[in-house]
Design a binder for this molecule. Structure first.
Ligand code: GLN
Length: 477
């Protein structure tokens, strides 16, 4: 038996039944990391602590990779930024506490774009991550390390964070499942903030069932996080067998235009055909404000970033160097040394959209558009159970291409940021391969708090499509 090819669900069952010891499991994954991660670059640091292997709980013995913008009190948490490269948080994020209490083992902290700003993991201050399907390509981002880790079999499941697409887009590029939950479903306590009105933590996994298993553990109210909901957490795993429809599914027209690559279009159509075979009705529909998603997202997210990153000034956070001339110079020097180019670009844009005289023209207008979007989605979910689109107009791209032009990089989120703007749950699931053999993914969106049915329909479609779910062994280019 190849332990690293098992799902989290299978590992937990075998660990509880005594068929596998948690130590064996951890060692098997560790050997794979040691063999292949030098080529992939999924991890920024590995857990060397031996004593937290457990054989009880829903995640007994399950290794989980955690994105390095989620706080761990025994491992550094860098957000892939020089400005906090030596930061060791004094507490665990709520999601980490819940994973550990459920019996999971944290394998290590995964690579990301600095502060989760980016779509390729090339903006990591340390090194880029690579796509296990083709090491010359990006795994997507910003949770590229988490997606690559799951894809390559370094861990059966991982946590990512999604502000504008950062769980779904890398999941799509690597051919794994990724879920951005409803805003407020999962506590953000201990997640290093990027744009807090969008940020949400969620699972990456090789099956929908594993994603359901992780969501069930991490979701729910947290008294340390005011936007976390008090709504009851359903049993998402049991829910997979519950509601089978038939459902009415809407394909968003604005997200299925000429910019969609032919290979992505073909695989998406296959998935829609799969839904029809299962008895669901699939119709085209329109969300007119969808065309505004990207600019609305960037204006708002940059504005929020500008105020959130103010804490990295060399006093509370960030390395303060000895030679400076007064407080302003100290802050400027800390930031100039600590922040990479993309972060600085966003801070400049954020300062601009919030400044007196421009605020109404940009930030306030973006807020108004966001309200329109919410209304249009509410109307759409009155008619449809689910809305679908491709996750990305293109498949995994080569390293050192899009990072040369910020505009091209931003286009990676053209279909994903809308779900963050309106706070709805959205899932990315593999639906085929393009002509180069690279994974293509379908995005399935549901009304707020409808994760249970969202996971159930995705689980059924996954069975219908029957794509390979084996771990991918990276080959030297
Ligand atoms: N790629 C998007 C950005 O650069 C989204 C990032 C994210 O979801 N964290 O802002």
């Amino acid at each position: 038996m190849d332990i690293t090819n098992l799902t989290a669900t299978e590992i937990a069952a075998k660990a509880r039944g005594g068929e596998l010891t948690p130590g064996e499991v951890v060692n098997a994954f560790r050997r794979r990391v040691d063999a292949y991660d030098a080529a992939v670059g999924a991890f920024l640091c590995l857990n060397e602590r031996e004593n937290d292997h457990k054989k009880e709980g829903p995640l007994a013995g399950v290794p989980v990779a955690v994105k390095d913008n989620i706080c761990t009190d025994w491992l550094p948490t860098t957000a892939a930024s020089r400005v906090i490269e030596n930061y060791r948080p004094p507490y665990n994020a709520t999601v980490v506490k819940r994973l550990l209490a459920a019996g999971a083992y944290v394998v290590g902290k995964t690579n990301l774009d600095e502060f989760a700003m980016g779509s390729s993991t090339e903006y990591s201050a340390f090194f880029p991550a690579r796509n296990p399907h083709d090491l010359t390509r990006s795994p997507g981002g910003s949770s590229g390390g988490s997606a690559a880790a799951v894809c390559a079999g370094f861990a059966p499941v991982a946590l990512g964070s999604d502000t504008g697409g950062s769980i779904r887009q890398p999941a799509a590029m690597c051919g794994v499942v990724g879920l951005k939950p409803t805003y407020g479903r999962v506590s953000r306590y201990g997640l290093i903030a990027f744009a807090p009105s969008f940020d949400q933590i969620g699972p990456l996994a090789r099956t929908v069932k594993d994603a359901a298993l992780i969501l069930k553990v991490i979701a729910g109210h947290d008294r340390y996080e005011a936007t976390s909901s008090r709504r009851e957490v359903p049993d998402y795993v049991a829910g997979l067998e519950r509601d089978h429809g038939p459902f009415k599914v809407g394909l968003i027209d604005e997200f299925f235009g000429d910019d969609v690559a032919p290979g992505v279009r073909a695989a998406t159509e296959e998935a829609l055909e799969g839904l029809r075979k299962m008895g669901h009705a699939v119709e085209r529909t329109t969300i007119p404000s969808a065309a505004w998603a990207l600019p609305t997202y960037f204006v708002t997210a940059c504005g929020e970033t500008y105020s959130n990153l103010a804490r990295y000034q060399g006093v509370l956070f960030g390395p303060r160097k000895a030679n400076y001339d007064g407080p302003a110079d100290m802050v400027a020097k800390t930031r100039a040394r600590g922040f990479g180019g993309e972060v600085r670009r966003r801070l400049a844009a954020g300062a601009y959209v919030l400044s007196v005289g421009y605020r109404d023209r940009y930030y306030a207008k973006a807020q108004t558009i966001r309200q329109h979007m919410r209304a249009q989605f509410a109307a759409a979910f009155g008619e449809f159970d689910f809305l679908v689109s491709p996750v990305s107009p293109f498949t995994a791209f080569e390293l050192n291409t899009r990072n040369l032009d910020p505009q091209l990089m931003y286009l990676a989120d053209i279909f994903t940021s809308l779900a963050n703007l309106v706070g709805i749950p959205a899932l990315s699931m593999p639906c085929g391969f393009d002509e180069k053999g690279l994974p293509v993914a379908l995005q399935v969106m549901a009304a707020p708090w409808d994760e249970e049915r969202l996971l159930a329909v995705a689980h059924r479609l996954e069975l219908e499509l029957a794509l390979p779910r084996d771990v991918v062994t990276p080959k030297p280019p």
